[in-house]
Write a protein that binds this ligand. Structure first.
Ligand code: NI
Length: 165
């Protein structure tokens, strides 16, 4: 397994739309293991392939306290079931910034797992937020896109300053 480099906002590669995975091969399974290792090491609760400059529709997540309940979602689709929630979000691609975002409370997720088996489950609370956030990455969307233009440009400036330092 290997840890992978995570792209940081405003890297234009984070804006690329990911393509569906045609078949879950052993290379895809390996990639998922590397993504999980990278996510746990960061540490983070979710990671999309887009963030490691792989533009395939793959997301990993683990919102458990014990860090032993990983989700691997290949070609995920999210259906909103209802409700709204506001939570503070962060992102490994926007390090050090946390802002409130409004999202759906309850969702139904359909995806393949890391062996290519179909999975369908419902999620709410933090897991729901995390999956919506990660699936946004696959569309080239970041949580900062939900903030005001002013706030987003402040974050961009601060990150640029940190990168130079
Ligand atoms: Ni993120």
């Amino acid at each position: 397994m290997a840890q992978l480099n995570i792209l940081e906002f405003p890297d234009p590669r984070l804006r690329q739309k990911a393509l569906p995975v045609a078949r879950v091969t052993s290379r895809i399974t390996e990639l998922i293991d590397d993504m999980l290792e990278t996510m746990y090491a960061a540490p983070g609760i979710g990671l999309a392939a887009t963030q490691i400059d792989v533009h395939k529709r793959i997301v990993v997540a683990d919102v458990s306290e014990s860090r032993d309940h990983p989700y691997a979602l290949v070609n995920p689709t999210v259906q909103v079931l209802g409700g709204l929630q506001r939570r503070e979000e962060g992102c490994l691609s926007v390090p050090g910034f946390f802002e409130e975002v409004e999202r759906a409370e309850r969702i139904r997720v359909s995806a393949l797992d890391k062996l290519g088996n179909a999975q369908i489950f419902e999620a709410e609370g933090l897991l729901s937020v995390c999956i919506q956030h990660e699936c946004d990455h696959l569309e080239g969307r970041l949580f900062v896109d939900y903030l005001s233009t002013l706030k987003r440009s402040q974050i961009r400036k601060k990150l640029a300053k940190l990168a130079r330092a």
